[in-house]
Design a binder for this molecule. Structure first.
Ligand code: SF4
Length: 273
């Protein structure tokens, strides 16, 4: 059984289309990170000529894809200086995080990003804030911050909303005045809600399909694991029959960068067991 929504979110779907479009004329195309957290989809893109890199190429005329996670303004400026053409696939919901972070910083609010410091989106958002930015991923980290008269808060888009609220409450204890923008992604929030609203209750075992590098897949798997035995897998070939007993109901959900056909394959494999 599946909840109502699985497969790609609109942000990843649109980013993938733009990246595919960039490959149309045979020019060298370099993606700054993974366009999609799925090995099969990435292999297809690589076969079509997409190269993945952590840094911008030294010079043009390569075409550079900024992924749905976005990038700092300095990345765009350097690309221009080097004569690189940029295909910007930043998700509109990530732009919203960047915009709020920049506005907060420009209006004198010390910025806190609730998220994971090493995540590509958070690195980009810090760049848009263009100032000293605190990054916290848990209540315990917020409790360690020094007292501040004011703080402006945004969230990494894929950060779980319930955890975001708990971190904000902890920040409130360390801050005189908080200005909070809940920039968690509604698509991710919906998947967590659907997991909590009955889907988990009806399943005996849960499979969460998505890349191991996908933050929202990991968070969804953690939510599910609090209620049911849960396995996070990247594809059908990782399913182990020992996970199930006869007659058990298997719930299948996915992160937002998992293609629908991968979820279909997982369901077909389960039905064949
Ligand atoms: S998960 Fe949300 S923020 Fe991330 S790409 Fe998808 S729609 Fe955009």
């Amino acid at each position: 059984m599946r909840p109502r929504h699985t497969g790609f979110c609109f942000g990843v779907r649109d980013a993938l289309e733009l990246a595919r479009g960039a490959l149309d004329d045979g020019r060298e195309v370099v993606a700054l990170g993974q366009v999609v957290h799925n090995a099969t989809a990435l292999t297809q893109l690589e076969a079509d000529g997409l190269r993945q890199a952590a840094e911008l190429p030294a010079a043009g005329p390569a075409r550079v894809v900024v992924t749905a996670h976005g990038a700092a303004p300095a990345v765009f400026a350097t690309a221009r200086e080097r004569g690189l053409e940029v295909v910007d696939t930043t998700c509109p919901l990530v732009r919203r995080v960047q915009r709020h972070a920049r506005e907060l910083a420009q209006t004198g609010w010390p910025v806190v990003v609730v998220g994971h410091v090493e995540h590509a989106e958070v690195r980009g958002v810090r760049g848009w804030a263009g100032a000293q930015v605190e990054v916290v991923a848990a209540e315990a980290e917020a409790e360690q911050l020094p007292w501040s008269e004011r703080r402006g808060v945004v969230s990494q888009s894929t950060f779980p909303q319930d955890q975001f609220r708990r971190v904000v409450a902890a920040l409130g204890e360390r801050t005189g005045e908080l200005r909070v923008h809940d920039t968690t992604c509604p698509v991710v929030n919906q998947r967590h809600r659907e997991a909590a609203d009955g889907f988990l209750d009806r399943a005996d075992v849960i499979l969460v399909v998505g890349g191991r590098g996908s933050a929202n897949t990991q968070a969804l798997a953690q939510t599910c694991a609090r209620h049911r035995p849960t396995h996070q897998i990247e594809g059908a070939d990782e399913i182990t029959p020992d996970w199930f007993r006869p007659g058990q109901r298997v719930g299948i959900t996915s992160g937002t960068s998992t293609p629908d056909w991968v979820v279909d394959e997982v369901e077909a494999r389960c039905r064949a067991l």
